[in-house]
Design a protein around this ligand. Structure first.
Ligand code: NAP
Length: 479
């Protein structure tokens, strides 16, 4: 494999870089996973010297990596890889210096844009003009547009300098171990796949719940909302991995071909199948929490909660609803996929007074990482007439089973794959566009039917209508 010689990190002084990217790169360095000669060139608008940038990186590593992963005698070696060049990407100046820093055009070069998307176009134009784009790979952070049209504009601008096979669109959920484990669970075990369809599954729930409110991201979030911030990307990727057909291979084309087929088969959502909410005052972690408008300091009809009943129109999933919900200021921080199996067709225990509960598979992505299968068991006892059955968990705690292994940041996997040139865990353009097409139609339906925004108290599980969305089908959210 051709190892890249350099990585250019745009937005190197920003929040994402300090919290995730620099600590991830350092963790890869400690584990000797970075190519020996890899130079990392940080760039942003601030006028820093190499040493000042190294000091920023050191502070970021110490602040954001768990103590046991900060191997102090390896830091100097990592910092020696770092250089810094100030470039204001809105002007053409500075790109030639960047080209010199990475040894001109061609060669093994990875580029990561951790800047706001309005800077993508000028950055790409600058990279192209300086000859840096030739042969290089580019990693792009979300948000890739605000709708299909703006996403196409960004993708066209990128395609102008980087062909699709060298474009790495990041959805950091795909870097999470449990998300990759979903494929292993489905396709490395015989027992699930024969039941993984409308014959065996009643419905699927996907929840991404946050307890936090705006956290100072007011402007960005208010322009975006929960549907575009969470559903359009992360939740649809989870849905696609849950619902896709078995790919013939683990290569990037096979996996992404199967995901995009699911995304294209999503049925437009009707106005009765969508709920939008915004948090009002309430409580969070035992303390009073202000409502969204107070957090924002203005008026707004942006949703901080959305619940949807989605359908995938293909043979495998006919009649199986996929309930999705996400929100801020909810009762718990939790991301999970719940597969609700059907009941057995006939209970031989009914005449003995036992009630059966259908099997349920819970794939918890965060904060814990586990896979839990709920199965029926008999309560011990010498019953003569009645039998008592109870649902018990078969637990696979990934954090416990693999506790000797460090819990890695999702960006470690993604940065390594970008550097290695493996696009399997990155989102292809046709996937992003299928995601936007479905989400744009939801926004249009909401607008046309004038759906109101339901208020909910901070610290609960969202508006009553979000609960009614499943309850009227006889389904309860896995709270
Ligand atoms: P941020 O803290 O505001 O950092 C922005 C970076 O862009 C800074 O390094 C800044 O440099 C640089 N920049 C701004 N204007 C520039 C210009 N004209 N020329 C060159 N560089 C310029 O933002 P962030 O939170 O790191 O987020 C970066 C991107 O990742 C955004 O698109 C965001 O939506 C996305 N994202 C962030 C997170 C997260 O957790 N933070 C998560 C997912 C996605 P100076 O500071 O030196 O001016």
């Amino acid at each position: 494999m051709n190892r890249p010689a350099s990585l250019i990190l745009f937005g190197a002084t920003g929040d994402l870089s300090r919290r995730m990217l620099l600590p991830s790169l350092y963790a890869l360095h400690v584990d000797r996973l970075l190519p020996g000669g890899l130079n990392i060139v940080g760039t942003a608008r601030s006028r820093l010297s190499d040493d000042e940038f190294r000091a920023t990186a050191r502070a970021a590593i110490e602040a954001h990596l768990p103590k046991d992963r900060v191997v102090t005698d390896r830091i100097e070696g990592f910092l020696a890889r770092l250089r810094y060049l100030p470039v204001d990407v809105t002007t053409p100046d500075g790109f030639d210096d960047l080209a010199k820093a990475v040894g001109g055009s061609g060669g093994d070069l990875s580029i990561f844009l951790s800047t706001a998307p309005q800077f993508f176009e000028p950055t790409i134009a600058g990279l192209k003009a300086a000859g840096i784009a030739d042969g290089a790979r580019i990693g792009l952070e979300k948000p890739l547009g605000l709708d299909l049209e703006t996403s196409r504009q960004i993708n066209d601008a990128v395609a102008n300098a980087f062909p699709e096979e060298r474009t790495f669109r990041i959805d950091h959920y795909l870097g999470k171990e449990t998300v990759q484990n979903l494929m292993v669970l489905r396709f490395a075990n015989m027992m699930f796949e024969p039941l993984w369809n409308a014959g065996g599954i009643d419905h699927v729930q996907i929840t991404v719940a946050e307890t936090v409110g705006l956290e100072g991201r007011g402007g960005f979030y208010d322009d975006t909302g929960a549907l575009r911030d969470m559903v359009q990307n992360h939740m649809l990727q989870l849905l696609a991995l849950t619902a896709m057909e078995p790919p013939a291979d683990l290569d990037s084309t096979s996996v992404r071909d199967e995901k995009v087929k699911v995304l294209r088969a999503l049925r437009p959502v009707s106005d009765e199948e969508m709920v939008f909410g915004q948090y009002g005052p309430g409580s969070s972690a035992g303390e009073a929490a202000p409502g969204y408008l107070e957090d924002l300091g203005g008026t707004s009809d942006t949703e901080t909660f959305v619940a949807l009943k989605a359908h995938i129109d293909n043979w495998r999933w006919q009649g199986v609803p996929f309930y999705l919900r996400t929100g801020k200021r909810l009762a718990e921080r939790r991301s999970e996929i719940v597969i609700q199996f059907k009941c057995v067709p006939h209970s031989i225990f009914a005449s003995r007074g036992a009630k059966l509960t259908a099997n349920r598979l819970v794939i918890r992505l965060q904060p814990e990482e586990y896979v839990r299968l709920l199965v029926m068991a008999k309560e011990p006892g010498l019953d003569r007439g009645e039998v008592t059955l109870r649902q018990v968990p078969l637990d696979l705690s990934l954090s416990e089973t693999f506790k000797a292994r460090p819990r890695r940041i999702a960006y470690e996997r993604l940065l390594l794959d970008l550097i290695d040139g493996d696009p399997t865990l990155f989102v292809r353009r046709d996937e992003v566009e299928a995601q936007w097409r479905w989400v744009d139609a939801i926004r249009e339906t909401r607008r046309k039917s004038g759906l109101d925004l339901k208020s909910y108290s901070a610290g609960g599980w969202g508006p009553a209508a979000g609960i009614a969305l499943t309850e009227r089908d006889g389904v309860s959210w896995n709270d």
